[in-house]
Structure formats: C-alpha cells, structure tokens
Design a protein around this ligand. Sequence first.
Ligand SMILES: [Zn+2]
Length: 476
Amino acid sequence: MYRRNIFHILYPIACLIGLFIVYQAWFKPTYLPTPPPSQPNAVVEDSQDAPPEPHHDGKPELEPKQTRLIDPSVVPETTHHELLETIRDEIEKGNVKTAETKLADLPAIVSTGAKTRLYAAVLWNNLGIQLEKAGGTAASVYAFKKASSFDANSPTIHLNLAHAYWELRDPAMTQDFLEKLVALAPDEPFPHLALANLFQERDQLGEAARHLDQATARAGKDPAVQSYLQTVTAKVRGTEKSDARLTSRASAHFTVKFDGEADQATWAAVLEILEEAYREIGQKFGHFPSKTIVVVLHAKSTFQSATGSPMWADGLFDPVLGRIQVPAQDALADRAWLTRVLRHEFVHALLHDQLGPAGSVVPTWLNEGLAMELSGDRWSDLDQIMKQEFTLIPLPALEGSWGGLSSDAATVAYLEANSAVHYLIDRFGMPRVQELLAHLKARQALSAAMQSQLSLSYEQFQSRWVDQLQEHGKKS
Ligand SMILES: [Zn+2]
C-alpha cells in the first residue's frame, strides 16, 4: 500500500542549524543585522539528541571584544596626506559614494609607499563597515578584499573578510585562508569554528572536532556557548567513532555510508536514486550542491540509537552534521518509500547548501513545501480536506517551529505548505522563487521579499492561494 501520510518521516522540532547557530548567537559581528538566535525557523527532520538550543539574554559578551573598525586618527605624513584625510572624513561622515570613488582612484598612488598603502587598507576596511551597515555583507565584501590586498597582515581586516565570506558561503574561504587567519588572530574562536565547519563538510570529523575544541577554548566563559560547543563537539566525535565501522562508497556527488554488511544492491539503488535526484531536482530548482553530500544508511535496528530519532521517523536531515540519515535495511523491499525519503531529505540538504547560515530565516512552510514539491511527492489530500469542515492555519502561523502542533494540525500544516508552494511555483515560476530565496538569504523579511519579488503583499499572496484552492476544491 502506498503510504500517503508522510508525517511519520517529517519530524519537526525547533531546529538547530549546528555551527551556524553558534555563529548567529555568539560570533556574528555587531554590525550585521542579526535575527535573534532564539527563533530558528527552519524545520528539518532533526535528531532528538541534538544539543539544546542555546539561550541567550542580551548582547553576547565575547572576550576579546570584537573591534571591526581600525582607528584612522593618525594619517601618515606623506605627499598624499591631504587626500587621505579627506577620504577618511568622508567615510566618517557617511558619504560612502564619494569616499568609494576617491579610494578607487588611489591604487596609482598607493604604490608610492608602504605607509600610504597600509593607511589605504585602513580606509577600505572602515568603508567596508559602512557599506555593510547600509547594504549588508554582499555590498561590503569587495571593500574588505581591497583592504586585504593592501595589508596582508591585519587581523581585523582578515576577520572582517572571513565574516563576509562565511555569510556569503564564499568559496574563497579556503582551508589555506583560514589557517593564515588563525596565525594572524590566534586568540579568536571564529576561524576555528569556520575550519570545523569546513572539515565537517569534507567529512573529516576528527579534524572538525579538533577545531571545535580550539574554538571552545577561545570562546570565553559564557556557560551557554561553552555547553553548546561541547555538546556539538561530543556529537561530532561520537559520529566519527561510529563512522569508523561503516563502509563507504562515493558516486559523483554523494558519499553513501552503509551500516551492516556490504550490500552492493542497496548501495547501487541508493546512489542511483540520489544521482537522479541531483540531476532532476537540481535542474528544477536551479541550484546544485556545492559539496559532496553524505548519506548514512543505518540498519533499522540501530537507526534510532545512532541518530536519536524516534521509532516512527523514517529519515532525517541532520543540520548539525550536515548529512542525510536513513534506516535502510530491507530498503529495496520498498523502493518507492526509499525514493520518497531520499528525495525529500535531499531537498532539505540542497536548501541548507544554498542558503547557508541564512537557512534559519526561511519560513517552515516554505522549507517543507519546497521539499515536498521539488521531491515530486505531491499530496492531493488538501483538495479533499477543503470539501470537509476544516480550518486553514494562516501561513504566518506556520513560519516558525511546528514542534508544538498536534498531529492533525501538523498534517494540515504539511498539506498547506505543499499546496502554497505548488501555487507559488506554478504562478510565479522557479526563477522568481529563487529571487525570493535570495532576498531571504540577504535577511529581508518574508513580507518585504514577497512585495518586491512577487508584487504582492503576504496577505494578497495568501488570499489568492486560498481562492485558487477553493476553486480547485469545487471542481474536483
Ligand atoms: Zn522535511
């Protein structure tokens, strides 16, 4: 029998975005607009043993305090003294455009001496901060790059650049870049956190845990950050240990780890499903994962203990480890089920990859709806429900965690998510949806992003979707 109700595979809890949460809560520099870490929105089929969400009141106290501006008060006594002073004053007055133009004309003269060059780096850095305040990280990253090109040894400049790279998921944040940053700023926890993330994405969990330890040692005394980092570290180490007995096999875009006897047929089937999902869903969505995705197939008997998921969970995407976990014994007996679970979780992994640290700002109904719609596992039950007496949950009420919903309400939530996203894609097309996601990634609120990308208010979108739903309900 085809199981229509997939609630059992969808296991929403207030989600943890792993290291991204640590970053949002404690390491994110002050000048970036920060959504409060206490409201992570993305719902993913998370594991129960994920560390408790860090609670934090007020501004985090980091030691040492992050200073992102460099004191520009001493202008070097060179032939360009006056010009440099003018640019500095323009930056301080907030005349970003003028300062930018004047600074861009500098390269010809900065070659005249080290002092001028280093001071130009200071100006670019401070201009970067102004640009970031006005236009976000995407607007500032180039200024920090300029600053870095004039001064390769400034810890402040390179920390600013690293924060921008992290926010943008910029591939320029390489191991090499981060190791240099560790040398420049040996007391900073952030470079180690970023290195841990990098190694985790490469599935080098031992190295990841080592850098998490280093980050923990530098993260100050805040008990919340300490306990969170320690829990994440323990999880990474535990996984490294249990991974040791897994056999692994890679295809072009996935590494599949298998728990139990090497079963060629299951491997082959799983990789085939995943590679097809990669091509088909990637194409439909307009994004392909930038990194290899790890998928762990657990024996049914050990799935629960290994992932901490409840008995009824059939699969999950673990954002702390960034991997898909599926119980796969007898997987071949029900290939339709295996396909649905893998494709659904693949979409979560894809969104996680594309949105990076901003993944937590995507409303749950959009995240789950995309997973259902893109995986091709569309439910038509909503049309049926519409004919019955039933209360629609307003979409804004489905933006946060679904953990507190009753089972019936959760079923309605998934149906609505699926239906609303289907309408969204059908009516506006995937490129618009991608634009919408890009604006959410840039931390725009959903209502503002809808207004600018769909030329509809959130309320209008909702009422049109409901109208169409009722229309549809009458016809069928
Ligand atoms: Zn899901």
